[in-house]
Design a protein around this ligand. Structure first.
Ligand SMILES: Nc1ncnc2c1ncn2[C@@H]1O[C@H](COP(=O)(O)OP(=O)(O)OP(=O)(O)O)[C@@H](O)[C@H]1O
Length: 254
């Protein structure tokens, strides 16, 4: 089943600077679609448009066939929980004044009437927090700490736990490991990969790092100057008909 679709999206900023041009793709159930491209090509702008943070100028964004882009905030509410996001900087994503357990409960309290809770069975909030921490391989007592008492990798695991807490269909991962050291990068990617399998969630995995995109994704799209110039199944990364720009990206890793 197709979960998230973009159809011929255009986006300009500052009146006439084109950032996205004719962007189309579809994200299938249980898939990980990788989006790779160099800094400034428009990846985060696309993420913000898909999350209905930024408006598009032309085209359509659909979730399970329903167009999202013209809906009011009230009409969007039932859809927002289905499309969650994890961004580059976990420190900015967590309220410094809230203990981790309270940050983890936030989305749950906001959306609990809409979620079936297939994966997390909350008989009480303490148990729910413990289940979430366990799912992201963090110790249960960490819930009593504040964000500044955690490492960058631990904080990113908390933002992942928040995202999965309301059992979304799609998580947009926008450079989720870019602020982490190499060892934490690897372990967070492994965690995300395992969670996709375990929870049956789909990812749009955004990164400038082709190696990370290759390791995580089932299919890949390549963006250059706001356009998708290449789109293919992961197995076809080294196929002879790859776009010259994709080949340039591959050459950087060889
Ligand atoms: N609100 C805005 N006003 C002006 N320019 C913007 C705005 N949003 C994005 N841009 C420009 O659009 C282009 C794409 O930015 P975007 O952040 O989407 O790229 P990116 O591929 O995510 O880059 P990075 O990997 O460095 O985050 C950049 O040239 C950026 O300066």
């Amino acid at each position: 089943m197709t979960l998230l679709e973009a159809e011929n999206i255009y986006k300009t900023v500052d009146k006439d600077i084109s950032v996205l041009q004719d962007v189309s793709f579809s994200l299938q159930e249980r898939a990980c679609l990788g989006l790779v491209g160099e800094s400034g090509c428009g990846k985060s702008t696309l993420a913000r448009c898909l999350l209905q943070i930024d408006a598009i100028d032309q085209g359509r964004i659909l979730f399970k066939g329903t167009p999202l882009h013209y809906k009011s905030e009230r009409q969007l509410k039932p859809y927002r929980r289905h499309i969650q996001a994890v961004f580059q900087n976990p420190t900015a994503a967590l309220n410094p004044k809230l203990k981790i357990k309270d940050s983890l409960l936030d989305p749950y309290l906001h959306y609990r009437n809409q979620v079936e809770f297939k994966h997390f069975h909350a008989t009480n909030s303490r148990k729910f927090v413990a289940q979430l921490l366990e799912a992201v391989e963090l110790p249960a007592d960490l819930g009593n700490r504040y964000p500044h008492e955690l490492s960058g990798g631990q904080k990113q695991r908390v933002t992942i736990a928040r995202a999965i807490s309301i059992e979304p269909a799609v998580i947009i991962l926008d450079e989720p490991t870019a602020s982490l050291d190499v060892l934490s990068q690897e372990s967070v990617l492994r965690l995300l990969d395992g969670l996709r399998e375990q929870l049956g969630v789909s990812y749009l995995f955004i990164s400038h790092d082709l190696a990370a995109v290759y390791s995580m994704s089932t299919s890949i799209m390549v963006m250059r100057q706001g356009m998708i110039v290449d789109q293919f199944d992961k197995e076809d990364l080294f196929a002879p008909d790859r776009h010259p720009y994709t080949r340039e990206l591959i050459a950087m890793f060889e």
